[in-house]
Design a protein around this ligand. Structure first.
Ligand SMILES: Nc1nc2c(c(=O)[nH]1)N[C@H]1C(S)=C(S)[C@@H](COP(=O)(O)O)O[C@H]1N2
Ligand SMILES: [Mo]
Length: 331
């Protein structure tokens, strides 16, 4: 039996399971198409595209299927970005600052064995082997928009589960207010760790209630497979209503604190990158507008840009987290 083994740490499914997964995904596609048929041709073609995009595994890495999520806001009518674009146009500065660098260089990242240490203000600090973290909750598939602060966006089907599942397991203490995500910084396998662009390791953080929000995803895969290294293997965060840099890749430690943690981009340029970094078309970056965005893969260079939505389109789900806050001050 030969299966892709770039992420050797994952338990590889036996061939009978692979057949089952393929059948399951086709069945899902069928059901979607049938349901859409009743609702009209336009919807059918949309559902067909969606179903196809999701049913067709790129077949590059080990399968990691997820059941359709029941969390509100995890489905979108928009066309899913091609896997090729999502895995070759990346920001992962540990592997270089050019968008093409991570896909070229991240093969050196060693994702097995992988441990995530949870510490700080929790009742049950723990060290999780990746395999145990994967099994902590059922994998879900969620299609999220990811909006980079630089003005481009993608639509990606992620696989993972709500960060809240892990938080509930470790039981935060009453004085825990923030969650810090510390990512891998290994100069031996990450060629640009040591460069002076950022202060390594790349650290990001959320307020505890943001981390607990059901949309905050601890992600292990995309497009029905384990994450490619360049997208943050073997485990990353996806916070869909914030600029992309809040979604730390290749996480090795999670720390609960009572003080707002110092984060990588905030340390690099505090006037440009605030702690919150919620997607907001009305709050510009000091050097450029944030009112519109370019969708990777879809829009040509001269095509009209899309309007950026408040909280990246997730306002109904997350708006109440910021009730009463001045979002211009807390940018
Ligand atoms: N460790 C680490 N995580 C990171 C980054 C990084 O440079 N290092 N870049 C961030 C930025 S700016 C973006 S837009 C997203 C990009 O994720 P993607 O390549 O999967 O689309 O990852 C974020 N997570
Ligand atoms: Mo970004």
């Amino acid at each position: 039996m030969l299966i892709q083994t770039r992420n050797d740490g994952f338990i590889h499914p036996v061939s009978s399971e692979i057949t089952l997964q393929a059948a399951y995904q086709d069945r899902r596609a069928m059901i979607k198409l049938m349901a859409a048929g009743a609702a009209g041709a336009a919807l059918a073609s949309w559902a067909g595209r969606q179903a196809l995009a999701q049913a067709a595994r790129p077949g590059k890495l080990a399968a990691l299927p997820g059941a359709k999520s029941a969390v509100s806001g995890t489905m979108t009518m928009e066309k899913v970005t091609e896997y090729k674009d999502a895995s070759t146009y990346n920001n992962f500065y540990e592997f270089g600052t050019d968008k093409a660098d991570p896909a070229k260089n991240a093969h050196t990242l060693k994702t097995t064995p992988w441990t995530v240490e949870v510490s700080g203000l929790v009742k049950k600090p723990a060290k999780y082997q990746l395999e145990d973290l994967l099994k902590l909750s059922a994998q879900e598939e969620r299609i999220y928009r990811l909006r980079c602060v630089e003005g481009w966006s993608m639509v990606i089907p992620w696989v993972g589960y709500s960060m809240s599942k892990l938080i509930e397991k470790v039981e935060p203490l009453g004085n825990a207010k923030y969650v810090e995500f510390i990512t891998q910084a290994d100069p031996k396998t990450m060629p640009f760790v040591g460069s002076r662009v950022l202060d390594w390791p790349y650290v990001e953080a959320l307020r505890l209630d943001e981390a607990m929000h059901p949309l905050t995803l601890l992600s292990f895969g995309m497009y029905g497979e384990v994450l490619p290294n360049q997208n943050g293997a073997p485990v990353r965060l996806v916070v869909p209503w914030k600029y992309g840099f809040k979604s730390g890749k290749s996480i090795v430690a999670i720390r609960f604190t009572d003080k707002e943690p110092k984060t990588a981009w905030n340390k690099a340029a505090a006037n440009e990158y605030g702690f919150y970094s919620n997607v907001n078309p009305e709050v510009d970056h000091p050097r450029w507008s944030q009112a519109s965005e370019r969708r990777i893969g879809e829009d040509g260079l001269f095509a009209k840009k899309r309007k950026t939505l408040m909280f990246n389109g997730y306002e109904a789900q997350v708006g109440q987290l910021y009730a009463g806050m001045d979002l211009k001050k807390n940018f």
